[in-house]
Structure formats: structure tokens, C-alpha cells
Write a protein that binds this ligand. Structure first.
Ligand code: NAP
Length: 244
């Protein structure tokens, strides 16, 4: 029981990668707070799967882009669980379009959720983690943030921004025992990629390992980073070789 006694908050924990991370935390003994945008049933399913491992789990509907709402939600999570030891910023959206078709609103919304959302949640936990002289923050970036990707000016900028945020928080909080790392997935089989018109052939051509990741394979990388006291400010690509 690696994480027994710890409380983890996973944003975007209702589905896909976030749900796999939340369930893997529960399997390792952590209590889990699942933050999600609107999919009540999916969030309830994740909570039920987590509880099956005998831990405490609850879901919190909260738009991570809303600073005041995040503050209030994390205050409630703190009250409900007593403390927050692990934060995974996984909530993310896409609004893919080539630059000339991308609207200001498309750009602002993706940055607001994917990047400002992580700023908001980090603000909500960092003081408490610093006081406890311990904490783990993992930001789910993307190979798009490292390499760029046509049609994803907003998304790639948000994911590159997350890497800057990760490295900065790693430096600001290292002396307080808080580590901050990023995971950069390539293609993962979730609702997000199901919406893309990708053929198996295109995936095989783009991914040296020839297939998408399962969400659980991203959760394994997050678990690996959590175990280390001595890794901080790093970006771990879990991408089947896409970014080589
Ligand atoms: P997904 O299946 O589309 O799930 C997105 C999750 O984010 C859901 O839990 C959703 O909540 C939540 N969310 C969206 N907007 C939110 C908001 N404003 N406030 C709070 N929660 C919000 O996505 P995924 O594929 O699992 O991706 C998870 C993360 O990995 C994202 O950051 C994504 O950019 C990143 N990533 C994914 C891939 C991939 O290939 N799938 C690759 C690289 C990086 P609801 O269920 O309530 O809507």
C-alpha cells in the first residue's frame, strides 16, 4: 500500500487518463478526490471503482478554469479529506483547427482549461503542501507541447505552457519538499482521440511502437514519478516513441 494515508486530487478524473490515474491511486491505498466538468455518471463510476479498493473517494464538479470556484472546491476537499498530498492536473480539452480557422474563443478556452486550470489548482494546494513540507504535483502535458502539431496552436501552446509551469514550480518549491513533474503522453485511447479521424494505419505510421497507449500506461508513469523524492522539474514522455 504505497500511498496509504495520502489524499490525491485528480482533475479530469471522471474519464480516460484521469479515471485510470484515480483508480490506480486507490489501488495503491490513496484516498481520491475526483474533479470533473460535467459528466456526473462517469465521475460516479470512477468514485465507485476507487471505493472498491477500500479507500475514501468523492467527486467534485468544478470548472478548473474558474479561479474562485477552484479555490472553493479545494477548500471543500481539504475539509472533507483533512489534507491534500498529491495533485494531478489532468483536466484538458481540445478545439483543434488550423490557425486561420481558430477563433479567439477557441484559443482562450483551451488555454483557460489546460493551462490556467493548473495554475488555479496549484495556487489552491501549494501553501498547504509547503507547510507540510511534502507534496507531489504532476501535470499532464502532451507531446504536442514539445513538438507542436498542425491544427493545435491553442492546445500545443497550453501544453508547452504547462511544462514551463512545471519547471518553475519545481524550482520554487524544491526547498519545501514539494516536487513537480510533467508527463507527456502521445496518443492514448480515450474519448479525446476517439473524436479524431485517425486510421490504424496512420497510428502505426506516427507511433514507433505501433499503437496508442492504454490510459493505465499513463497512470503507471504517474505512479513511477510519485515514488521518487529526487525527481523534480522533469517531463516524462510516455508516447510509444512519437517524440524521439
Ligand atoms: P478525455 O477523455 O476527453 O477526458 C477529459 C477529462 O477532463 C474529463 O474528466 C473532463 O470532465 C475533464 N475536464 C474537461 N474540461 C474540464 C474543466 N473545464 N474542468 C474540469 N474538468 C474538465 O481526455 P483524456 O484523453 O483522458 O486526456 C486527459 C489529459 O491528457 C488531458 O489533459 C489531455 O490533454 C492529455 N493528453 C491526452 C492524450 C490522448 O491521446 N488522449 C494525449 C496527450 C495528452 P467531464 O468528464 O466531466 O467532461
Amino acid at each position: 500500500m504505497l500511498l496509504k494515508g495520502k489524499t490525491a486530487v485528480v482533475t479530469g478524473g471522471s474519464r480516460g487518463i484521469g479515471a485510470a490515474i484515480a483508480v490506480s491511486f486507490a489501488e495503491n491505498g490513496a484516498d481520491v478526490a475526483v474533479v470533473y466538468a460535467g459528466a456526473d455518471e462517469r465521475a460516479a463510476e470512477t468514485v465507485a471503482k476507487a471505493k472498491a479498493f477500500g479507500v475514501r473517494a468523492a467527486a467534485y464538479k468544478c470548472d478548473v478554469a474558474d479561479f474562485a470556484l477552484v479555490e472553493e472546491t479545494f477548500r471543500r476537499i481539504g475539509e472533507d479529506f483533512g489534507h491534500i498530498d498529491i495533485l494531478v492536473n489532468n483536466a484538458g480539452v481540445t478545439r483543434d483547427k488550423l490557425l486561420l480557422q481558430m477563433t479567439e474563443e477557441d484559443f482562450d478556452r483551451v488555454l483557460a482549461v489546460n493551462l490556467k486550470g493548473a495554475f488555479n489548482t496549484c495556487k489552491a494546494v501549494c501553501r498547504q503542501m509547503a507547510r507540510a513540507k511534502s507534496g507531489r504535483i504532476i501535470n499532464i502535458s502532451s507531446v504536442s507541447g514539445l513538438m507542436g502539431n498542425p491544427g493545435q496552436a491553442n492546445y500545443a501552446a497550453s501544453k508547452a505552457g504547462l511544462i514551463g509551469l512545471t519547471k518553475t514550480l519545481a524550482k520554487e518549491y524544491a526547498s519545501r519538499g514539494v516536487t513537480c513533474n510533467a508527463v507527456a503522453p502521445g496518443f492514448v485511447a480515450t474519448d479525446m482521440t476517439a473524436a479524431l479521424p485517425l486510421t490504424d494505419e496512420q497510428i502505426r505510421a506516427a507511433v514507433p511502437l505501433g499503437r496508442m497507449a492504454k490510459p493505465e500506461e499513463i497512470a503507471d508513469a504517474v505512479a513511477f514519478l510519485l515514488q521518487s523524492d529526487y525527481i523534480t522539474g522533469q517531463v516524462l514522455c510516455v508516447d510509444g516513441g512519437v517524440a524521439i
